[in-house]
Design a protein around this ligand. Structure first.
Ligand code: HEC
Length: 131
């Protein structure tokens, strides 16, 4: 346990591990806007043909008592929490967003989480559009 804590502390201290919301915005425009819309409000051009409407991603924190749900969102993007709209047990995004988990982020509980860079970047972008 002590070794794990030390390893995580070392990762948190890595300067190269910063997230890049600009990069995340690019990824979001490429992979997410078709359904979630350019501003993430759920008004993408595919929304009218979906039976389950894409949620407004600017309200993720508000719907979670004001805390951005980092861990839940990461799992929804990489497919560990299977959602039919994201491919269910054949996750659409897992492949583009996989990679070594090198970026450390903190869950609202304070628990550190290691994520691949693309996922961390998309999350940084999403955190920035919360209302
Ligand atoms: C094919 C359309 C589609 C695409 C493309 C898509 N989503 Fe979604 N997304 C949805 C739908 C529909 C839901 C709601 C699913 C449900 O409630 O079962 C959803 C749910 C979510 C949720 C959960 C929101 C909540 O309130 O719990 C997140 C986070 C999310 N999407 C992020 C993304 C990101 C990031 C991308 C791009 C990597 C993306 N989505 C691409 C359709 C899509």
């Amino acid at each position: 346990m002590r070794i794990v804590t030390l390893a995580l502390a070392a990762c948190l201290a890595l300067p190269a591990a910063a997230q890049d919301a600009g990069e995340g915005r690019e990824l979001f425009q490429t992979y997410c806007t078709a359904c979630h819309g350019i501003g993430g409000r759920g008004d993408g051009r595919m929304a009218p043909i979906l039976t389950v409407l894409p949620p407004d991603l600017t309200g993720l924190a508000a719907r979670n008592g004001g805390d951005f749900p980092v861990f839940a969102v990461a799992r929804q993007i990489d497919g560990r929490d299977p959602m039919l709209a994201h491919g269910g047990d054949m996750p659409i995004f897992g492949r583009w967003f996989e990679g070594e988990a090198t970026v450390a982020m903190q869950a609202p509980s304070g628990q550190p989480i290691l994520l691949s860079r693309p996922i961390a970047d998309v999350i940084a972008y999403l955190e920035g559009i919360q209302e």
